[in-house]
Design a protein around this ligand. Structure first.
Ligand code: LLP
Length: 405
């Protein structure tokens, strides 16, 4: 549990050690604020770690979900690695204390400068998305006189049944490579054998997934290709199965997520039991989404002939998910109101009609000055925020054991 009500006031932490969300939010000079519960992140990491059990594994937190330095430092202290997708993320991970030996680098558009930075820092692995990229990595490694440890990203062509913008392992997506790329990849490996070492395969099929059957299908396809590489004389010693486990935004009950992590771990351990590999995973959302809230202040209540708008000082520029994916985050009044509920559209200050945080939600009457929180905003919240319309970015407060850090 990261957030709950006590005497009608929203709290962060656990009933034994909690902090008051309104006091935290008002402790900042002004403006919207993200608040994160670091202990919830730790509990979830431990649950995932336990689910993967005693197989040799490393959890590489997908830091695109939330790269707050305190969260990264927590993962570093727990022994996690990082899945990064830019030179900027590699730098941030290193600064937070995640060792290079636990950093992997994914993404379709790695520039020469980023590859150079990754190789100079001797990161663990580069996840390769195309033969053209593999050539580029070989050239940079040769120039630096180093050797790149690489994994090939497979596109297993499964339909993960999620929002089309966040599928990645379907044949129509720009990510990864299918079996037809193999001969070309092998040829490049062979002609640059001093500067490239293939460590394994990697896949990531999409985000916000709940169907373990889809993971099973994708991992099974990946293992078949893994075996083909081994048969061709490449002694692969890693298998990276990406991230993607979802959270149930519609409910505060997170228990099904813990059982899903457990079932996922059991399934994965069974699937890889005959392979002598280190298992790599890249979870993002499941570890941090529940740990964060975005708190904004009602500026105006605007009743119109059609509907009533609660207009906040925060909106799509701070939490893009509702506008971009029609995501539905629960709306939590920071102090529970009283009176007959009204229906509101919760909107922001941005000059676009796509600037909404929630539509048609039923809440006790709101008034200007009230604080409202968007739940489960710890993943892909601040990390996707922008300064559109020249607004400031929201502030961030990290809380542990009921105390702001
Ligand atoms: N690994 C790779 C290569 C990825 O591309 C991603 C996410 C992850 C791991 C972590 O996935 P997760 O466990 O968080 O599902 N902005 C969207 C989500 C985009 C995910 C992109 N890739 C959202 O707010 O729903």
């Amino acid at each position: 549990m990261a957030f709950f009500y006590e005497n009608n006031r929203l709290k962060i932490g656990t009933p034994d050690a909690s902090a008051d969300v309104e006091s935290l939010a008002r402790s900042r000079t002004a403006g919207p604020v993200y608040i994160y519960d670091l202990d919830d992140v730790e509990r979830r990491f431990q649950a995932m770690n336990k689910a993967l059990g005693d197989v040799r594994h490393t959890i590489h937190y997908a830091m695109k979900a939330n790269s707050h330095p305190a969260i990264l430092a927590k993962f570093a202290s727990l022994g996690a690695g990082a899945d990064t997708v830019s030179g900027g993320e590699i730098k941030r991970a290193l600064e937070a204390g995640i060792p290079a030996s636990r950093i992997i680098f994914s993404g379709v558009a790695k520039t020469v400068a980023e590859i150079e930075f990754a190789l100079k820092n001797k990161i663990k692995q580069i996840n390769v998305e195309s033969p053209q990229e593999l050539e580029r990595i070989a050239e940079v490694a040769e120039r630096l006189g180093s050797r790149a440890d690489v994994a090939f990203r497979l596109n297993p062509d499964v339909n993960p049944q999620t929002h089309p913008y966040i599928t990645t392992g379907f044949r129509e997506n720009k990510f990864g490579m299918d079996e037809s790329f193999m001969p070309e990849l092998v040829a490049i490996l062979k002609s640059h054998s001093d500067h490239l070492k293939l460590r394994g395969l990697t896949m990531h099929i999409g985000s916000l997934l709940f169907d373990l059957g889809v993971f099973r299908e994708a991992i099974t396809k990946t293992i078949a290709i893994h075996r083909q590489f081994v048969a061709q004389g490449f002694p692969l010693d890693r298998l990276d199965i990406g991230g993607g486990l979802g959270i149930r935004y519609e409910t505060e009950d997170a228990s099904s997520e813990f059982s899903m992590m457990q079932a996922y771990g059991t399934m994965v351990r069974e699937l890889i039991k005959d392979l002598n590999v280190e298992l790599l995973t890249e979870p993002g959302r499941i570890l941090v989404a529940r740990a964060g809230l975005l708190v904004g202040e009602v500026q105006y209540i605007k009743p119109t002939t059609n509907k009533t708008f609660a207009i906040l000082d925060t909106g799509m520029h701070h939490l893009l998910r509702p506008a971009l994916y029609s995501a539905k985050h629960r709306v939590l009044p920071v102090v529970a109101g009283v009176g007959k509920p009204n229906r509101y559209d919760i909107v922001g200050p941005i000059c676009e009609s796509s600037d909404f945080l929630a539509k048609d939600v039923e809440l006790a009457p709101l008034k200007a000055g009230d604080l409202v929180a968007m739940a489960d905003a710890g993943a892909y919240g601040f990390s996707m925020a922008s300064r559109y319309n020249s607004h400031d970015l929201p502030q961030e407060i990290v809380v542990s054991q009921a105390k702001p850090l």
